[in-house]
Structures are given as C-alpha cells and as structure tokens.
Ligand binder design. Sequence first.
Ligand code: PRX
Length: 655
Amino acid sequence: MSDDLKVYNPNPAAAAAAHINGMAAYEALCKEAETDYEGFWGRLAKELITWKKPFTKVLNESEAPFFKWFEDGTLNASYNCLDRNIERGLGDKTAIIFEADGGEVTKVTYKELLAKTCQIANGLKAQGVKKGDRVVIYIAMSIDGVAAMQACARIGATHSVVFGGFSAQSLRDRIEDTGAKAIITADCQVRGGKQLPLKAIVDEALTLGGCDSIQKVLVVKRGDVAVTMKDGRDVWMADVVSGQSTECEPEWVEAEHPLFLLYTSGSTGKPKGVQHSTGGYLLHAALTTKWTFDLKQDDVFWCTADIGWVTGHTYITYGPLALGGTEIVFEGVPTYPDAGRFWKMIQDNKVSIFYTAPTAIRSLIKAAEANDAVHPKSFNLSSLRILGSVGEPINPAAWEWYHQHVGGGRCPIVDTFWQTETGGHMITPLPGATPLIPGSCTLPFPGIQAAIVDETGKDVPWGQGGILVVKRPWPSMIRTIWGDPERFKKSYYPEDFKGKYYLAGDGAIRDEKTGYFTITGRIDDVLNVSGHRMGTMEIESALVSCTELVAEAAVVGRPDDTTGEAICAFVVLKRSRPTGDEAKQIAKILRDHVGKEIGPIAKPKDIRFGDNLPKTRSGKIMRRLLRSIAKGEAITQDTSTLENPAILDQLSENN
Ligand code: PRX
C-alpha cells in the first residue's frame, strides 16, 4: 500500500468467520471468473437460486449488447425470497422488522410475509393483472410496499416503483411510459409526523392525460387522509385481499422475464426506464448481499434506502430476503423525532449490518456535533459489525467519523459503487478481505471486469484518470431501456468503444500503487444531489416549462458540504432581470414550479438571473464557465467570445 495512505486492514478474527476470508480468497474468485467466466456465474447461479427448470446455457452474446443470462431456465423471484426459506426451516424467523414514523414496531415472519404476498398476488389477479402486465407502485416504506413488489414478482407482473417524493407530473410520465394496468398506492405517507397525501397525487397524475392504460388503483390505508375513490377504478387494498387465499402458486417465468422497471435520470430530458431481468438480477442481489455484507443467519440487516430507489430494490426487497435474512424497514426520516433515530434503532434492534448514504451521515454528523443526546456515543451500538455506504462518493472525513463513532473503530466500511443500471454492487470492498482506504471503493466485485479507459477505449495507466467502463456483461446488468432499445445502445454501448464496453457515465482513477478505484464523478450532465440522480436537462426543461416567466435556463452542479452536489440554475426571464427582493420572490416561484414538475428533490438551491447566458460563437452554453461561477471560482476560461461579458457579474449574484 502507498505509504501516505491510511489503511484499515480487516480484523483477523472477524475475517476468519467471513464468507470471503482474506485477499487470497478474493483473488481466487477473480481468477476463477477470468479463467471460466460462464462457469463462474453458472456455478453461483446454481448455488444461490432455486430454479424450476434448470438452465443449460449461461450467457448468450449473439445479440450483443442485448445479453441474455440463463435464458432457458425458469424461476420465480418471490418463491426464492419466501417459500424457499420456509422450506429450509426459516418459516418462523423474522423477515422484516418495520418501524413506523411514530416509532410503532411491526414484525413479520417469513410465513406471514408469504401469506400477505400471496393474498395481494391473488387480489391482483382478481383485479385482472397477469403475467407481463406492468404495475406502478407509489407507496411509502412499509411491509405492504415490500409485499406488493413480491406479489407482482409472484404473478409475473413487472413492477415499477415510483419514489413517493415525485410529483404528479413525474408520476404521470412514468405511468404513461410503462403502460401500466394498475397502480398500488396508499392514502398517504407519513414523514416527520406529517401525513402527506399519495392517492391525491395519483388522482392528479391520472387527470394529466396519457394514462389510459390504468384500469385499477389499489389503495392501502396508512393514515386517515380523506381520499376520493372513483367507482369501478379505485379499490381499497383491504377489500382486494379480503377472502383471498394465503397460497398462490408462483408463476414460473423465464430468467430474462422483466422483474422490474425503474426510472432514472440520464443526460437528456426524459428519464430512462431501466429494465431488469429476473434470474441474473436475483443472482447478483443475493450474491452481493452475501459477499459484500457478509450476511449470515443471525444478522440483523438494515439498509436505510427507500424502495423507490434501486438500493431499496436490491438490498431490501430482494437480496436479504433471498438469503433468509432478518431486516429492518423504516418509515420516515433520519431526523425525526430527532437526529438520534438511526442510532436508537440500531441499539433497540441490535442491528449488525448498517447500510446508508454519505448525505445522511454528513447531516447526522452536524446534528451530533451540536447535541450530545443525538451523538452515536449516547447509544449502545456494540451489535454493529459491518457498515456500508452508497450513492455518492464518501469523503474521507465523513468516512473516518462513521468508522470511529458509529462503528466504534472496529467495523469495516464497505463503500459500494454501483448504479440503477448495474442492479447490484460493482466496485466494493469485501469486509473480511479488502484492506480499506477512506474515500476509495477499492476493487471490483469478483467477476466484474471494471476498467478505466480513454476516449478511444484504450486502457489508461494507474494514476491517470479516465472513463469507467465494464468490459464484459454481467448477470444483473440493465437489459434495455423500456421501449427504447436504440437509446439503450447509444447510452451504454456507444460506438466510441465500438459498442463493446458498458459505459457507466462516471469518471474514475486507480491509485498508482494499490490499483484501488476512486470514483471522480459523473462525466455526463447528471448531478448527484444527496445520492439522488438528477439530469440537468430535466431540471432545465422544468424551468422553461414555466412559460409565462422563463425564456432560457441552464443548470449545473456545485459542490455542497452536506448534499454532495447542489443544483444551481441560471435563468433568463422573459421580462427584465430582477434584483433584490423581487429576484428572491421570482426564485421562489421557480423553485416551487420545479417542485411541482419533478418533485421537491429537484428544487435548485441557487437561482441566478442574467440578461443572457454565456455562449460560444456557435450558440452553445458555456457550462464550464457556469460551473466556475456556481462554485464562486475566479474565471480562468477564455471569455473573449462573449457578446456581453457584464452578464458574468450578473450571474455571480446570489439570491
Ligand atoms: O455517480 C455514481 C454515484 O451514483 C450514480 C448512480 O446513481 P443511481 O443509479 O441513482 O444509484 C445509486 C445507488 C446505487 C453513479 O453513477 N455513486 C453510487 N455509488 C457511489 C457513487 N459514487 C461514488 N461512490 C459510490 N460508492
């Protein structure tokens, strides 16, 4: 290891008990994959998944980049996550410990979760949903949410979960794109003591046009928010499942059958419907939960993500359940009733594996430093043995704090790099093997051929930054963009690399001595705000859709201490440039407008007004210049082509 780097080696006693013990074991797995790629994945697919009809073929590359894995095998994801555990004697084991926003705890065993899933599955069938149909799920964190996803999987319907923070417009866009037959929602979601309507947003989305495919809206009762139920379309979930059998024969689907669609931002305006398979996805969900988190039968696993994001899919709904684990699901926010909630929940539930996002850690550091009562030291966190981080780079200072104050200096931190499109971890430490260096996601998961190349696809030497690619297909990779195979090819297998390498969209660099990977950030027009992916064009489109006010808008990111990146918008209005209080008022109107178009997570932190935007002679917006202005940096770029250099001063003024 490099002399100047702080290295944390695995504790030998803990490593000895780990699924992957020591670097030699890690290297042996990488070697196995290198020597016989299909043999490696085929072996694991047989070990971790129960197949109804075993596959005979591991990988079909004949229609690359539309790869097929285990294509002649059949299985059911919900059978693998539920029935199989009961068959191996785990029926009375707790599957989910749910803690509501107000602190009430509900537990379900594997048997109970299966019964609930089957009742919803039978109910969905009774409502006319069948294999191949899409179901949109717009619901808060709950056992019902997980069971609804499992129920879709059980009957071969493809779920598409939409995060509860998205607006009616965003929900509408996703409903239209999926062509879903049904929506599963709730009257409300509860966050920080407040009941926020969900069904009313569904109602609004369905009036915006383009949602004719929707035949049924199933409504879970979570709180006591009044809802309007449309005759013939809207039904209470309680009525849907009432009288339904607690048994439901799984629909055995082909390995490539789409398990789910999940929308994510790209560099153009329209979110992409990332399509995942059943077999390959489930394999990687189970395998990474086993190796990266070292999950064992007596662990209590807690991934704090929302099921509206891919992390919640892989490390709540599928991975831990596929291994028969016990997991926590929580409703609400980390700062309610106070910023000690995470630490108290770890203490009360004896959580042993904890997986969260750097943004959450950074905001809890601030709170803990201001108030001992919410500092991790005020709680007994001795049950913890492994910590994880996901969604954005974790800065070394936050890493050290997490390690020392949450992990008591003894828990390895797995900094997991991956994406909605990759289905599961791609570059990550393995806790019993990999020496850790704060700020680095370390080395590729066994079997993942991650590399860093230049614009022509040539490998760059260690120590030199470049473009992160994956050279070989892997089981849980995105299969296509729903309804847009051309966009899939263009986005992920571009001609720059002769269509051969998967393009992650991130820049990366390998340490000169260790070869460890550090992600340097997106190389496209995608921002990462609090671990949420936001396309700059999506936000620009939302701003210019405020047609009575906005003539033109450009959005860039700038570093932010808490949220990683913050959204900064430069706006030219149709009227004269506002200043002072008026500028503040208009900025508020625009923020609210973006909140309504996309959702509160997309509201720009800074909005600045100019008479124009800085452009090149050919009319292209000089985004690099805008990024410097957003950061408050001195302008070093050539500005001689600007028609009106005075606009730089205007755009530097904050509102
Ligand atoms: O830029 C990378 C960043 O998040 C992007 C993927 O976002 P999304 O599809 O929403 O999935 C988030 C949860 C997997 C990546 O392209 N990212 C994710 N994890 C890390 C990361 N950046 C640095 N380090 C990570 N561990």
